[in-house]
Design a protein around this ligand. Structure first.
Ligand SMILES: [Zn+2]
Length: 417
């Protein structure tokens, strides 16, 4: 099972100073900052996924790339741009979620192939149009005509995509994108893509589905899937269902969820092999809008806030070194959080105590936790938060490694090598 990490230009600065919270003076972001595959070992993913919409911008606004970055990616190719190690693969797609509101995809087949070829991707997904709904029993006659249209748009574009690649004698490995709203409609899309000649098929639009619904679709697809056809799940990580997915022909997936939970999830921010922990929110005095308002309104003294913030960080670091007891660290933390946001303090209090008490960072074998200690569980600023996201991906990687996939005999040797 191959895991692709979707790129959103998430990097960390290897020389960031966590005590003074400063970047080195001579830092050049593009040159010095590092991707997850450059800072943790073993590398937590086998490939990266890059979306055209993220690179080139989309209807929803600018992409994540500056003009110079985009220029460099097109000029140097994906391998050099991302400094991809030997053996790591690159997959391009259109980023269909970015144009979900449009009636038709905003790109032509030619534009997308230009993007894949100029950036020298190993593999590319045909242009698709996401159907945002699931009605397991519904036939074409029973659903919103827009859904029917979107499935046919995706199939038509997949056919044109393959024809254009053949005309260009392209080396790109094509993945056909299948859309649907039910097991039967997904299975029909897969059957048609196989007829066109696709050997790899990406299943799109399944992010909102429950795992049993995905499995129902895969079971129906199994009835039409040829022996050698491999499936990719776009945007899905359900680790608990991975073995069942594998048994039904899924050989790869991509997802940002382990990474993003580090700073987007309400509570499950720091992952371990046994469960999840809540990261300890220690907002920066000058970076926290609520606190800023209170200071401006004269309800909080800025000097007192800064003092409590420093004392809190000092106590947490001393706790990490076992120089102070849990209660003392918690007291300093709560003293600061009382100033910042009393309500949030109440809400998270018992979760913070658990994180501190159990010290999960002490047991993590990843490079980042060894290097950072308690800083990795502190929810504060991009450098800590992204590192925690990278850490989460190492946990996912280790879980994937422990799964016992029943590999087909022929593939077993190469996969284990
Ligand atoms: Zn770690």
């Amino acid at each position: 099972m191959k895991f692709y990490f979707p790129d959103s230009q998430d990097q960390v600065s290897p020389t960031y100073d966590f005590i003074d919270e400063e970047y080195p003076t001579h830092r050049v972001r593009q040159r010095d900052d590092k991707y997850a595959h450059q800072v943790v070992h073993p590398i937590p993913y086998e490939g990266i996924l890059v979306s055209k919409a993220i690179v080139d911008g989309s209807v929803k606004g600018a992409g994540k790339y500056s003009d110079r970055q985009r220029y460099r990616l097109y000029r140097d190719g994906v391998r050099e741009f991302f400094r991809l190690p030997e053996g790591m693969s690159s997959l391009g797609d259109c980023g269909a979620f970015n144009y979900i509101d449009l009636e038709e995809p905003p790109y032509t087949v030619e534009q997308v192939i230009e993007f894949y070829e100029k950036c020298q991707f190993d593999e590319g997904v045909s242009i698709d149009h996401v159907i945002f709904g699931y009605k397991p029993e519904a036939s074409e006659r029973d659903v919103d005509p827009a859904w029917v249209k979107r499935r046919h748009i995706s199939l038509d574009l997949a056919e044109k995509f393959l024809a254009e690649l053949e005309a260009r004698r392209s080396k790109l490995q094509p993945l056909g994108a299948a859309q649907g709203w039910s097991p039967a409609s997904y299975a029909d899309s897969v059957a048609r893509l196989q007829d066109m000649g696709y050997k790899r098929i990406a299943l799109g639009g399944m992010v909102p589905l429950k795992s049993h619904e995905i499995i129902a679709c895969l079971d129906k697809i199994k009835e039409v899937r040829h022996e050698g056809t491999e499936l990719h799940l776009l945007g899905i990580t359900r680790i608990a269902s991975m073995e069942e997915f594998w048994d039904r022909g899924v050989t790869s997936f991509d997802s940002t969820s382990a990474f993003r939970q580090a700073f987007m999830d309400e509570r499950n921010n720091y992952h371990t092999d046994k469960g999840t922990y809540t990261a300890i929110r220690v907002p920066q005095v000058d970076g926290n809008p609520t606190l800023k308002r209170l200071i401006l309104a004269g309800q909080v003294s800025q000097a007192a806030a800064i003092k409590a913030e420093r004392e809190c960080l000092r106590a947490l670091r001393a706790y990490d070194k076992k120089q102070v007891k849990l209660d003392e660290a918690v007291a300093a933390l709560e003293a600061y959080l009382t100033i910042v946001d009393e309500k949030k303090k109440e809400k998270y209090s018992k979760h913070y105590r658990k994180t501190l008490d159990e010290r999960p960072w002490d047991d993590c074998p990843c490079d980042l936790c060894k290097d950072l200690g308690i800083e990795i569980v502190i929810f504060r600023g991009t450098e800590r938060n992204k590192r925690r996201g990278f850490h989460n991906m190492t946990v996912l990687e280790a879980k994937m490694r422990d799964l016992r996939f029943r590999r087909p005999a022929a593939a077993a040797d190469t996969q284990l090598a």
